[in-house]
Design a protein around this ligand. Structure first.
Ligand SMILES: C[S@@+](CC[C@H](N)C(=O)[O-])C[C@H]1O[C@@H](n2cnc3c(N)ncnc32)[C@H](O)[C@@H]1O
Length: 209
């Protein structure tokens, strides 16, 4: 099994095995701001949310009218994503898979999201391949993740620096993409019980050419 952050799939299942939503039921703030900036026509546009956990971002996008697939390794998380979708009156496609070997539909999506999709360096590398395979030309990537300096803050994210993202790594892995937003910053992250304060993050909104 591939670990995530430094947590195993079983550990993620355990985290999600309560009635509470670990990262809340509202979308990530960078995701919603990026969607507003893109001003994309939602109807008929397909979105793939990688490492989507309990589905808060996927459900938000579905309520806007996007055709959304939520992918994660945790079946427990994905079941909660389906429950949240039902509660909000929207449909979601669900795919249980591992970022280490997942094969998305090629050129199938207008948008791919990676929100806190932390993994080992090799799995992270493969997740970049997944993004590029999944996106249509002209499609967008929205990504927010913690950077290595976050490891000592204890306000969220993995404890190992090598499970983090950097802007340098993202630029190197998407050399032909247009980076519309590309920044590392410190911001207050308040998302459920596990993201609870100032965090060192990287934010990217990029367009596949
Ligand atoms: C911090 S949670 C973020 C969940 C969601 N994106 C959100 O913002 O609420 C990280 C998620 O990454 C998933 N994940 C980590 N490694 C993975 C892997 N190798 N394959 C698939 N999912 C993975 C975990 O199961 C977990 O749901």
């Amino acid at each position: 099994m591939t670990g995530s952050g430094n947590r195993t799939r079983a550990a993620w299942d355990k985290r999600y095995s309560t009635n509470e939503y670990a990262y809340g039921v509202y979308p990530n703030a960078f995701l919603s701001a990026s969607i507003a900036k893109l001003d994309m026509r939602a109807n008929g546009q397909r979105v793939l949310c990688l490492a989507e956990g309990e589905g808060r971002n996927a459900v938000y996008l579905a309520t806007l009218g996007y055709d959304v697939t939520a992918m994660d390794q945790s079946r427990v998380g994905l079941e909660k994503a389906e429950q949240l979708a039902t509660k909000r009156g929207v449909d979601l496609a669900i795919e249980c898979g591992d970022l280490g070997n997942y094969q998305p539909e090629s050129n199938g999506y207008h948008l791919v999201t990676m929100i806190w999709a932390h993994a080992s360096a090799s799995v992270r590398k493969n997740s970049y391949r997944i993004v590029d395979q999944a996106l249509k030309a002209g499609g967008h990537l929205i990504l927010e993740g913690y950077v290595p300096s976050q490891a000592t803050r204890h306000t969220g994210g993995p404890s190992q620096p090598d499970y983090m993202f950097t802007l340098k790594e993202l630029r190197a892995n998407f050399p032909s993409y247009e980076f519309i937003i590309e920044q590392e910053l410190t911001r207050d992250v308040q998302e459920g019980r596990f993201h609870t304060g100032l965090g060192d993050v990287v934010q990217v909104l990029a367009r596949k050419s």
